[in-house]
Design a protein around this ligand. Structure first.
Ligand SMILES: [Zn+2]
Length: 151
């Protein structure tokens, strides 16, 4: 059906569809995620530590992470390095993948990554590529600031 529309109109329709996907509210993407008790760094870090507990309970490495946009948890994961047999399945990578899936795209601009420990260079680079604006880690909710691609 869309092929029968003239090319300019078709391009406009596709652009509008892309805009609609980009502007998809965080709340809609959060379906199935139990939200944190509050809307503070401490509350999101608490959830990252819950993910860490899941990792430990499943016999994986003791790490957890969540991704938050507009005060809504849109991605969360424990480490799956051991259970998935994937050396790149760090909690942060898995949380970024979860958020991208739920938000329907690779642009995680406006999101903050919370992790139970300081992110490693691979995860920091992944956050960079995803456009994540901020990172917070550890029990004290230390702000890591804008991530860098290398070092
Ligand atoms: Zn990592």
């Amino acid at each position: 059906m869309i092929d029968s529309v003239n090319p300019i109109r078709r391009r406009m329709m596709l652009a509008l569809a892309a805009l609609a996907a980009a502007g998809r509210p965080a709340r809609a993407a959060a379906g199935g995620i139990r939200q944190a008790a509050g809307k503070s760094d401490k509350a999101y870090i608490e959830r990252a530590f819950e993910m860490r507990q899941h990792a430990i309970a499943s016999g994986d490495q003791a790490f957890g992470a969540v991704v938050v946009r507009d005060g809504v948890i849109v991605g969360q994961a424990p480490s799956r390095v051991v259970t998935a047999g994937d050396p790149t399945a760090h909690a942060e990578m898995e949380a970024i993948r979860d958020a991208a899936r739920r938000l329907g795209g690779r642009d995680l601009g406006g999101c903050t990554l919370y992790s139970s420990s300081p992110p490693c260079p691979m995860c920091e680079a992944a956050a960079y590529w995803a456009g994540i604006g901020d990172m917070v880690y550890g029990r004290d909710a230390t702000r890591a600031g804008t991530q860098r691609l290398c070092g």
